[in-house]
Design a protein around this ligand. Structure first.
Ligand code: NAD
Ligand code: WQD
Length: 338
C-alpha cells in the first residue's frame, strides 16, 4: 500500500516508517519539521536501504495537502502530526487547537475530497483522564484534564462523526500508553528540544551527565514504592502495532476501530531508574520531589482487544527499552562531537 505519514519525521512516525518499509509498504512522509529535522530521512534510508520521500508541509495548508495527494497515489494515511507537550498546551491552548484540531480537520477534508478514506490516528491514553479502574480497557470513560488531551478527545469525536457519516471510511484510533526506547540501530529515537518533560529522555540525559539529577515527582502515591506507575511500551512494539492496525482495517467492515497500544504491565519511576542503571551500568542520581500538577498515581492498559483483534502483542521488555534509549543517547553524543 502507498501510505502517507503526517509527522513522519518525528519520534514515533520515523519508527513506524521503518516498520512499514520492512513490511513492504511504500511510504511518503509529510512534516513541517516543527519538532524534527530532515536529517532523520537519511538515517531512515540507512536503516531500510530505501530512500523515503519527505514533503515539507503543514497539515493546516490545504494546498500543500492537495499537492501531496495529487503527486503520490496515496491509499492510506497515518496521522502522527501534532503538538504533544501537556504544559505547553496549558500555556498556549489556541496554538494546540489550531495545530491539532484544525490541522486534522483540514487533513480529513483533503482525504475525503480525493477519496482516501483509510486513516490511522495517533491518540493517547491521556483521553482516559484519571483512571476509575485498572487496567484501562477501551470502554473506560474518556475525559481530559488539559488542552492537549482535549485536542485528542475532540479529534476522536470528529473521527467518530466522520465514520458514522460514510460507511466507506476505515479509521483506526490507536491510544498509545507511554512510548519509550529507540531503534536497534541507535540511529533514530526521541530527542526532545530543551529540557525533556518525559521520564525516559530525562533519565538518559542525567545518565549522560547532560542534566544533574532526576526529580522524581512524588514519593507518596498509593503504589508499591510510592512513585508513579505507567505502562511503558517499546517504540518498536508500538510501530508493529501500526502495521497490524493498518492490515486489520484494510480487511474490516467496521468504519471505526479503537485499540489501546500498551503492554498491560505497570512500572514505577524507581523501577525505571533501577532498570536503566542495571542494564546500562550507569548511575542516575535522583531525589524525591513534590508531585507534578495533573499527574495520576497509576495508569496501565488492558491490551487484550489489540491482541485479540490485531494479533499484536508487545514483546520487548524493560531491559530492551533502557538499552536502546542509552544507545541512542550515545549516538546523539557522537553526532554532536563529529
Ligand atoms: P513528535 O513531535 O516527535 O512528532 C510529531 C511530528 O509532527 C514532528 O515531526 C512535527 O514536526 C510534526 N508536526 C507537528 N505539527 C505539524 C503540522 N501542523 N504539520 C505537519 N507536521 C507537523 O511526537 P511523537 O512523540 O512522535 O508523537 C506523534 C503523535 O503521537 C502525536 O500526535 C502525539 O500526540 C501522539 N502521542 C505521542 C505520545 C508520546 O509519548 N510520544 C503518546 C501518545 C500519543
Ligand atoms: C511518567 C512518570 C511522572 C518526568 C505524558 C503525557 C501523556 C502521553 C505520554 C502524549 C510520571 C514521572 C516524569 C520527570 C518524573 N503523551 N516523572 N520525573 O505523564 O505518564 O504521560 O506522556 O500523549 O499524554 O501526559 O509521562 O514520561 O511525563 O511521566 O518523576 O522528570 O514519570 O511523574 O509518574 P506521563 P511522563
Amino acid at each position: 500500500m502507498k501510505i502517507l505519514l503526517t509527522g513522519g519525521a518525528g519520534y514515533i512516525g520515523s519508527h513506524v516508517a521503518a516498520a512499514l518499509v520492512s513490511s513492504g509498504h511504500d511510504i511518503v512522509c509529510f512534516d513541517n519539521l516543527s519538532n524534527s529535522e530532515a536529517g532523520v530521512m537519511d538515517r531512515l534510508e540507512a536503516i531500510t536501504g530505501t530512500p523515503i520521500p519527505l514533503v515539507k508541509g503543514d497539515i493546516r495548508d490545504r494546498d500543500a495537502l492537495d499537492k501531496v495527494f495529487g503527486d503520490h497515489a496515496v491509499e492510506a494515511v497515518i496521522h502522527f502530526a501534532g503538538l504533544k507537550a501537556v504544559g505547553e498546551s496549558v500555556a498556549q491552548p489556541m496554538r494546540y487547537y489550531d495545530n491539532n484540531v484544525r490541522g486534522t480537520l483540514t487533513l480529513l477534508e483533503a482525504m475525503s475530497d480525493c477519496d482516501v478514506k483509510t486513516l490511522v490516528f495517533s491518540s493517547s491514553a491521556t483521553v482516559y483522564g484519571s483512571p476509575s479502574y485498572l487496567p484501562i480497557d477501551e470502554e473506560h470513560p474518556t475525559s481530559a484534564t488539559n488542552p492537549y488531551g482535549r485536542t485528542k478527545l475532540m479529534i476522536e469525536e470528529m473521527l467518530a462523526d466522520v465514520a458514522a457519516s460514510d460507511p466507506e471510511w476505515r479509521i483506526a484510533t490507536l491510544r498509545y500508553f507511554n512510548p519509550v526506547g529507540a531503534h536497534d540501530s541507535g540511529l533514530i529515537g526521541e530527542n526532545p528540544n530543551g529540557v525533556p518533560n518525559n521520564l525516559m529522555p530525562y533519565i538518559s540525559r542525567v545518565a549522560a551527565g547532560r542534566l544533574n539529577e532526576l526529580s522524581v515527582f512524588g514519593g507518596d502515591y498509593p503504589t508499591p514504592d510510592g512513585t508513579g506507575v505507567r505502562d511503558y511500551i517499546h517504540v518498536l512494539d508500538l510501530a508493529d502495532g501500526h502495521v497490524a492496525a493498518l492490515d486489520a482495517i484494510a480487511k474490516t467492515e467496521r468504519p471505526l476501530s479503537t485499540w489501546n497500544l500498551g503492554t498491560g504491565q505497570g512500572y514505577s519511576v524507581l523501577d525505571m531508574v533501577k532498570a536503566f542503571e542495571r542494564v546500562n551500568g550507569v548511575r542516575v542520581p535522583y531525589r524525591i520531589a513534590p508531585r507534578r500538577d495533573g499527574d495520576i498515581a497509576s495508569c496501565f492498559a488492558s491490551p487484550e482487544r489489540a491482541e485479540r483483534e490485531l494479533g499484536w502483542k508487545a514483546s520487548r521488555g524493560l531491559d530492551a527499552m533502557c538499552a536502546s534509549s542509552w544507545s541512542f543517547e550515545h549516538m546523539l553524543a557522537k553526532r554532536n562531537t563529529d
